[in-house]
Design a protein around this ligand. Structure first.
Ligand SMILES: [Mn+2]
Length: 370
């Protein structure tokens, strides 16, 4: 297959390539540092490993989970001893990927005997290995080699053994698709395509966000050919929201604050808000995206205090402002238009700090663009 123009960065030494500067607008699908990745290296790592653990980040999304499922079915077909073990519970909207019960939630006692003899851990969609939570400690304690397949920018102190990172890919699922096409060299089976399609559909907001590219649609065509039920997948992901999530949406919409000439819309969620709405921290997914849809709003910001003395913040930008720099300043990271962080402290201490940083950055960016 033709792999030209995919724009893959070979990232055993990724620092300079992936270090975004605020002055450089991020353009999806375009790379000035395009180096063909050695997919063959990935292939040899996989062929040398008998036992492979697949995993993704905490609060898993469709991209990470879809990749795990797709890779699982591929590895099972080529006879690998493989398991998917994740560190958070499976979100209900993705349970359709788990009809064969292939996802397991990590439990030390239950998994340590199997994990200690793993030859390779394949990690999807994780910018920072700490996002593997309890699985990260297992990897360290058995010194397991890790292969990270991802489209997030990575820090210099990246701790993965091997990196296959393409920040221009719309989804990790796009990178995995490219790899599987090369490794398999034939039409991918339906069960693999279900995972790939889910990954790309969710990370592109159903082929609407600015990261959507020609490749996404080409992959979708192949997924359709394999016989996936695209409307079923769509309904499972987007039309199966809990009542708590919708109540929470109502609550935050009536408590939005607009600043910076109404270009910034922010909202807070704390434990009492969650309780009032019968919602859980898992129900906050997608709220920031929704707030971004308001006309005139360029940046949406959520600050979530779930009562464990840390706050999670989440940014979405329409494109005028780059927000992963702010997230990085606050100890997090992410994509130029979708980023976040977890900060120590309660809402009282975190909120002023986050708002200051955010408003200052938006002001600076506005000034620079003039
Ligand atoms: Mn992703």
């Amino acid at each position: 297959m033709n792999l030209s123009g995919i724009g893959v960065n070979n990232c055993n030494c990724i620092s300079s390539i992936l270090d975004y500067s605020h002055e450089i607008p991020y353009v999806y699908g375009f790379s000035t540092e395009s180096i063909m990745i050695d997919f063959n290296k990935v292939k040899s790592l996989i062929s040398e490993a008998d036992r492979i653990l697949l995993t993704t980040h905490d609060n898993p999304d469709g991209d990470g989970l879809g990749c795990c499922a797709a890779m699982y079915f591929y590895l099972r077909e080529i006879g690998k001893d493989c398991r998917i073990i994740i560190c958070s519970k499976m979100p209900s909207e993705y349970s359709f990927l788990n009809s064969e019960q292939i996802f397991e939630v990590h439990e030390l006692e239950q998994h340590q005997d199997w994990i200690k003899n793993v030859n390779l851990v394949v990690i999807f969609d994780v910018g920072n290995i700490k996002r593997l939570k309890t699985i990260c400690s297992e990897i360290n304690s058995h010194s397991l080699p890790t292969l990270n397949i991802d489209h997030h920018p990575h820090d210099d102190d990246d701790l993965f053994t091997y990196n296959l990172v393409d920040v221009n890919a719309a989804a990790t699922g796009e990178i995995l698709y490219n790899y599987l096409k090369l490794a398999k060299d034939e039409q991918l089976p339906k069960e693999v395509c279900e995972g790939i399609y889910t990954a790309i559909m969710t990370d592109t907001g159903s082929f609407r966000y600015s990261n959507t590219n020609i490749k996404c649609h080409e992959i979708a065509i192949e997924c359709f050919r394999s016989g996936i039920n695209h409307s079923y997948i769509y309904q499972q992901v987007y039309e199966s929201k809990s009542k708590g999530r919708i109540k929470l949406l109502g609550n935050i919409l009536s408590n939005l604050t607009f600043e910076c000439d109404d270009e910034l819309a922010w909202f807070i969620i704390d434990k009492s808000t969650l309780d009032e709405c019968d919602a859980t921290p898992e129900d906050v997914g997608g709220l920031t995206d929704f707030v971004r849809t308001i006309r005139g709003v360029e940046v949406a910001l959520m600050i979530l205090d779930s009562g464990r003395d840390t706050c999670r913040i989440n940014y979405r930008s329409k494109g005028k402002y780059i927000i992963n720099g702010i997230a990085k300043t606050l100890g997090g990271g992410g994509h130029p238009l979708a980023a976040g962080a977890v900060l120590e402290g309660s809402m009282e201490t975190v909120l002023p700090k986050v708002l200051n940083e955010t408003k200052q950055s938006l002001q600076e960016q506005k000034y620079q663009s003039k």
